[in-house]
Design a protein around this ligand. Structure first.
Ligand code: C2E
Ligand code: CA
Length: 728
């Protein structure tokens, strides 16, 4: 039966284990401390300390002298191991008692040997030495082992990285050479070796003047023995290494690359049809003159009706005509000047001069252009053109080009077909730009308001809907009519913002008003031909929960003429979502009928000029013909600009029941007008259209009643003091 530990024994166990460990740790510290001097002393000191502590705790069985002797013996043995001199035996020592201590010392000795061999192997860089595979003994074994493994793995990684770097160096297409402070090559890649071999291994021959190159990129060209010219690009950089500063030179032949770049740039700046510079080309030429701070003249030429040539004679003939024109233009200028084709039928001449008679030259050019051109198909044609020109200093903003372009627009209204950017033109241009700026601000500051005019059914004496007109509430207090600013807005993208505003505001109002009112809108040519328009209208309708049938869009002849295809497409998509379209100002253009047949409109609005002639036989005949045609095609007809009782009567007599004009109501603020319409029973334009089957007799009878009782919707017509137009 085992005896339970006494308290003293337990205490000894508890204290002994950490004490030995602590002593070993101290020894370890000593190894680290004296590592480069005498690690053995450290180990021995540790061992001695361990012995002391151990013996101390072993307690009563050992005398102080025993311990003293044992300690001395231990130290003497340690010295012997260090010095190789055998110790004289200690008479006081009881050798039996020292046996376990000897074993400890042997063990420590072995640990020391292995660790020393391993440190030596590491110091010698012999990471593949078998000693490093020997398990490191002792309490620090795992830590030392970890360090050895870590060192081996780091060395492997470095070795790999070195190999990858060497491989990259050899695979880049640039030659790379690293030279030291004495201009000696300390490293180079495979390409550099080949490149240097071509020059007998001499850097001076491979890269003449390389020692004087500054840090950065340098190009140098040279003629080779076969006479060909090469272009070399050298880039130099400097860096610090442990053995001092080195310079790295990378170089390559860029002759081919540069040739391709130049070719690409040339193609990008050249018009394929004529071989002349294109818009990019003329801009580049302009930039060159600007860099040289020169003055210049610009003539901008626009061929009139050129598209007709393509249409009548085909694109091939069209291209040939352009080539002939470009040849003629090239003949009238000097080689230092630039002639460019900047769009299908527009040319720009950039003349590096100030004193020339540019106006005379512009006229001569138009004469040259007008000379007959014989086509391959035997036909002979003659082209008209317009020219606008400007002259002055070449700035960085292409102002000369812009001015010539502005003058060209003026030339189109000039009987001479030539216009310069004169003081007068400049003033107009300045005004236009000022307007444009103000319009921009007006959009940002929400300076627009909507006016509206009622559209009435004179037979039923009801208001069917309203046509919405835009007004600009200028900060000066003036109310400006669209006629004064729409054209300017149309020259820029501003118009689309305005159109969006009108559409959104109108739909917002429609949502808040009686659901039977139809709102007619005017949209610019630009937006009318855009596929985005229908999308914008439908999304806005959806946002406000307004049915598509409550909006109608007026298109004008000018809208259609500007982009027939775009407008046809817009009308189709509007119809598809249930939005009706009216052809505005009908009867004014000779092509009205032609357009009407192409367009899927549901309403025709007879123009005010036609209406004002309705009491003359000719005018009456035209209106009657329009009404008959519309009836046949089931189109609604609205007479616009009805100003007098006589006109109302004459129109009614012809059966034109839907009317709009000052007689029935001046345009007034939309919100106020809608408020005053609240009490009136409405019907939509479409319901009116269904009644179109009414015969003329019925119409005449209703007219008499309407004319006798005055304006159909008196409450609207009597809107107080509303200006017809802002300028009023
Ligand atoms: P429009 O569509 O032909 O509009 C009819 C023009 O005649 C309106 O001028 C209207 O105020 C005026 N008017 C109405 N009744 C009579 C009348 O009995 N006699 C006379 N002499 N004139 C009458 P307004 O408002 O100055 O608009 C002029 C043009 O500006 C419009 O011609 C339209 O093409 C355009 N416009 C109007 N509002 C907008 C708009 O919101 N957006 C766009 N893009 N254009 C608009
Ligand atoms: Ca209109």
């Amino acid at each position: 039966m085992t005896r339970p530990f006494t308290l003293q024994q337990r205490l000894r166990t508890v204290i002994l284990v950490p004490a030995v460990a602590g002593a070993l740790a101290l020894g370890g510290l000593a190894i680290v401390q004296f590592g480069d001097g005498s690690p053995l002393i450290g180990i021995l000191a540790a061992a001695a300390a361990a012995v002391l502590v151990t013996l101390g705790f072993l307690g009563a069985s050992r005398t102080t002298q025993d311990v003293q002797a044992a300690l001395e013996d231990t130290i003497a043995r340690g010295r012997a191991i260090e010095t190789g001199v055998a110790p004289s035996p200690s008479p006081a020592a009881n050798m039996e008692d020292l046996r376990p201590l000897n074993a400890v010392l042997e063990d420590i000795h072995e640990q020391h040997r292995v660790v020393r061999a391993q440190s030596e192997a590491i110091a010698a860089g012999a990471l593949d030495s078998p000693i490093l595979d020997t398990p490191t003994p002792g309490p620090f074994g795992p830590a030392i082992r970890g360090s050895i493994d870590g060192l081996r793995s780091t060395t492997d990684q470095l070795r790999d990285a070195e190999a990858v770097k060497a491989s990259i160096m050899d695979h880049v297409s640039d030659a790379i050479v690293v030279v030291d402070a004495n201009d000696e090559i300390v490293a180079s890649n495979a390409v550099a070796k080949v490149a240097l071999d071509l020059f007998g291994g001499s850097m001076d021959d491979a890269i003449p003047g390389w020692k004087d190159l500054t840090i950065g990129e340098h190009d140098f060209s040279r003629t080779l023995t076969d006479g060909s010219l090469t272009l070399t690009q050298v880039s130099t950089s400097r860096m610090m290494t442990s053995s001092g500063a080195v310079t790295m030179l990378c170089w390559r032949d860029v002759s081919g690359e540069r040739a391709v770049q130049a070719q690409v740039a040339h193609v990008a700046r050249t018009d394929i049809v004529t071989g002349l510079p294109n818009r990019q080309g003329v801009l580049a030429a302009h930039d060159r003159l600007h860099d040289l701070s020169r003055s210049a003249s610009v003539i901008h030429i626009d061929l009139a009706d050129f598209s007709q040539i393509n249409q009548r004679h085909g694109f091939k003939e069209g291209d040939r005509v352009l080539q002939t024109i470009s040849k003629r233009l090239t003949e009238v200028i000097r080689t230092s000047d630039t002639v460019a084709r900047v769009s299908g039928d527009e040319f720009i001449l950039l003349l590096e001069s100030q004193g020339d008679n540019v106006d005379g030259l512009a006229r001569r050019i138009l004469d040259r252009i007008a000379e007959p051109i014989e086509l391959e198909n035997g036909a002979t044609i003659s082209l008209a053109a317009h020219a606008g020109w400007s002259t002055g200093e070449v700035d960085g903003e292409y102002e000369l080009l812009r001015r010539a372009n502005y003058a060209l627009a003026e030339a189109k209204d000039d009987p001479d077909s030539v216009s310069s950017y004169s003081a007068e033109v400049a003033q107009r241009d300045e005004n236009r730009r000022e307007w444009e700026q103000q319009l921009r601000r007006a959009i940002a500051n929400d300076e627009f308001v909507l006016y509206a005019q009622p559209i009435v059914d004179i037979f039923e004496r009801r208001v069917l809907g309203v046509e919405v007109f835009l007004r600009w509430q200028h900060p000066s207090g003036r109310l400006i009519s669209p006629g004064d600013f729409i054209a300017i807005a149309e020259e820029s993208e501003l118009i689309v913002d305005i159109d969006r505003w009108v559409i959104a505001k109108t739909i917002e109002q429609a949502a808040a008003s009686d659901p039977s009112i139809v709102f007619s809108l005017n949209v610019s040519t630009r937006f009318m031909a855009s596929p985005l328009m229908t999308k914008f209208v439908t999304t806005t309708l959806a946002t406000h929960g307004v049915p598509a049938g409550r909006i109608q869009i007026d298109v004008t002849e000018t809208n259609v003429a500007a982009d027939v295809r775009g407008v046809i497409e817009s009308i189709r998509s509007l119809n598809e979502v249930g939005i009706k379209v009216a052809l505005d100002d009908f009867g004014t253009g000779y092509s009205s009928l032609a357009h009407l047949l192409k367009l899927a409109v549901s309403t025709i609005k007879i123009d005010r000029r036609m209406v004002s002639m309705v009491n003359e036989p000719e005018g009456r005949g035209v209106v009657a013909a329009i009404l008959a045609f519309a009836k046949k095609r089931k189109l609604t007809v609205v007479a616009e600009g009805v100003e007098s009782e006589e006109e109302v009567a004459a129109l009614a007599d012809l059966g034109c029941r839907f009317q709009q004009g000052y007689y029935h109501g001046h345009p007034a603020d939309l919100v106020e007008m809608l408020d005053s319409l609240d009490s009136i029973p409405f019907q939509t334009l479409d319901e009116g259209a269904d009644d179109d089957e009414d015969d003329a007799d019925g119409a005449a009878a209703a007219t008499a009643a309407a004319a006798a009782s005055g304006p159909a919707s008196a409450s609207v017509a009597e809107q107080p003091g509303t200006p017809a137009t802002a300028s009023a």
